[in-house]
Design a protein around this ligand. Sequence first.
Ligand SMILES: [Zn+2]
Length: 190
Amino acid sequence: MDTKKLNVKGIVRPESKRLMGHPEYVVSIRDYTTYQFKPYGRNSKYFRALAEEKKILATKCKRHGFFLPPRPFCPDCQSPDMEWIDYTNQPAQVKTASICKFAGKAFLDETPFLLGFIQMGEAKTVMSSVVKLSEDSAENTRMLNKLMDTRRYMELNGRKVEPRFISHPQYTVRDIYFIVTDKEWLNTLK
Ligand SMILES: [Zn+2]
């Protein structure tokens, strides 16, 4: 293990309130940043296509149809005989969405953001993805705040969206987001 990664910052000063009047106590300060190792297994094909080809791949069971996010085994019959299909240009819509006002450290700077459940083409399942109202970050935040202030959340349901691929992919679900395409509706939030 690389001990530098333990990143010991020091100890709490004897006069600190954190010692609650017990200056003989010791409190060490460490940065406990952790790493998540996430094996994608057979779904690696999906993340490679997102990052390397800017494509969204679904899987298809001959008997039970399309799945997105892709399932390497059919959830209905457990068959491993799944076909990978390019779903990038399939019509997409928001089924429902949540607005995230607080997040873990990795995404805290991006709040508030919209987390949508996206239905594409004939897929039997929905995929969760960030949904934007504008490509401009400041404008997106203003529009999202207006949506919240006016309590118009339900108007998101059924909105048509299109996928966008980020310029520096990280092989995660965040390599894509969706943007609402209904210009007339978007103008009502400006
Ligand atoms: Zn099946």
